[in-house]
Design a protein around this ligand. Structure first.
Ligand code: KIV
Length: 289
């Protein structure tokens, strides 16, 4: 069985220039494949709102949904470092709620860390959760839970002023006690500046190659998610098309009587079939009387 990474392993990987690779997972079987593929980490992202539940964004996602999916992912990947994603309104209201909800991920789903979105404005929550003995990952740049404020799912940090604001946010998140930070949809130059500025690992999604590792959404790299494709996505498979092909072929076979075939059925116990036929004959003649 592979050894689960710790925060210190992840920190040492940054020191050694070794990139951490991670992906989102929302269910048991994806988690199993991801662990077999040797992922360093898994994120049970609140992107499950779009990828699993068909919501338009992440805002409707609840704590309970995140916990159920984190539990399934833990069962599928017992030896992988798992991050639970705190959904909208599970940490924004106050630090007490933030600590209690973060704690649920650890107690109920056995995650190794939680992630929450925001820079300076969520530092009290990062500090409080961290003081509660839990590992926190920050998330800055495009923060989907506040996409309304950002004017949509748009790249961030593209002007000098915005880039410097992001740098301040990243430093504050580190100071507040986060063990790592995710930077989303930011020009690569800005992510590199942040990576070089911080001592904790800085991971990228859509923020270029100069980061301490990369995360992608599983439904994107597998070619399952149909609603839209962000610029930063690379599809490594087209399971959407494969799934459609398989569903159509199955439906066609059933309609034409080609499935199931003999090999998909069970034989009666040896010698039982003639006895069944005799029994049926008796039943039928009794019914005629
Ligand atoms: O919810 C999610 O999947 C995320 C991604 C940006 C990695 O936070």
């Amino acid at each position: 069985m592979k050894k689960k990474l710790t925060r210190f392993d992840l920190q040492n990987m940054k020191g050694a220039g070794k990139k951490a690779v991670w992906v989102t997972a929302y269910d048991f079987w994806t988690a199993q494949f991801a662990e077999q593929a040797g992922m360093d980490m898994l994120l049970v992202g609140d992107s499950l709102g779009m990828c699993i539940y068909g919501y338009e964004g992440t805002v409707p996602v609840t704590m309970d949904q995140c916990i159920y999916h984190s539990e399934a992912v833990r069962r599928g990947a017992p030896s992988t470092f798992i991050i639970g994603d705190m959904p909208f309104l599970s940490y924004q209201v106050n630090t007490d709620e933030a600590v209690r909800n973060a704690g649920r991920f650890f107690k109920e789903a056995k995650v190794d860390a939680i992630k929450l979105e925001g820079g300076r404005r969520v530092c009290p929550q990062i500090r409080a959760i961290s003081d509660g003995g839990m590992l926190v990952m920050g998330h800055i740049g495009l923060t989907p839970q506040s996409s309304g404020q950002l004017g949509g799912f748009k790249a961030q940090g593209r002007t000098v002023e915005a880039a410097l604001e992001l740098m301040e946010d990243a430093r504050a998140v580190q100071e507040a006690g986060a063990f790592s930070i995710l930077v989303e949809a930011v020009p690569p130059e800005v992510c590199k500046i942040i990576r070089d500025d911080l001592t904790i690992p800085v991971y990228s999604i859509g923020a270029g190659v100069d980061a301490d590792g990369q995360v992608m959404i599983c439904s994107d790299i597998l070619g399952i998610f149909q609603a839209f494709t962000a610029k930063f996505v690379k599809k490594y498979a087209n399971l959407g098309a494969e799934t459609l092909k398989a569903m159509e072929a199955y439906a066609d076979d059933v309609r034409k009587g080609k499935f199931p075939e003999a090999q998909h059925t069970y034989n009666m116990v040896e010698g039982e079939l003639p006895k069944l036929k005799t029994a049926l004959k008796k039943i039928k003649s009794a019914r005629k009387k």
